[in-house]
Ligand binder design. Sequence first.
Ligand code: SF4
Length: 270
Amino acid sequence: MAKKSTRRAVRPAVRKTAAKAKAGTKGGEAAKVKPAKARAKAGKKALGGTTPAWTKAEIEEAFRRFRAAMPEPRGELHHVNPFTLLVAVVLSAQATDAGVNKATPALFALADTPQKMAALGEDRVRDLIKTIGLFRMKAKNVVALSQRLIAEHGGAVPDTREALQALPGVGRKTANVVLNIAFGQPTMAVDTHIFRIGNRTGLAPGKDPLAVELKLLEAVPAHYMLHAHHWLILHGRYTCLARKPVCEKCVIADLCKWPGKTSFAAPARA
Ligand code: SF4
């Protein structure tokens, strides 16, 4: 009985708080977030190509702010050389960087070169990365690509897209990441975050990752290209989130064209 009366006492208070947040009387930013239905509708509208295009000046300003907020952005996949970077990116397909980073220290302690990885063998690699999604296929690819690097590139990671994409398990996005981080090339690796931002904000709308990549390569000023992919990924990972973007803390809120955004002002520090 006592339990029942406690629940009765708590429920009205909870209801009152929820109602306050919904009405926006207090509770600040949470109250401003549009409901999921409205955000989904706005997302569809953006995907339909109805979002206004950005001007050159707006794009320049957006990247100026990204750079001001983070002058030297870094990727979040742990690696110690171009080979371990390549392996980490291959492992990160359909997995989180955090999940990959949990498994790779043990793997790279044993094998930080193609020779050591090939010698380790598929069974052992599979065991070391079994916490990562699709680990069986990835173990096979990591060992096969190591063997190909030894046979065709003297054990070095090649610095061209063609040679990288010819390796097992390496697609365009992986090649772009390696070319950018390991070789300082101004590539644009479009992952789920950049694909979403390109379409949602109207910065680079496109039906598939390649279309978004080509639009970004055309739109982003050359002097920002080296770091552009990192700025956009980090923006998508921590601010322009898929389900509930944190527009009120977004440094490009005033520039963004998304009809579903919940803030129209750039923070003062922008
Ligand atoms: S305002 Fe910023 S966080 Fe919100 S949708 Fe636009 S880019 Fe994303």
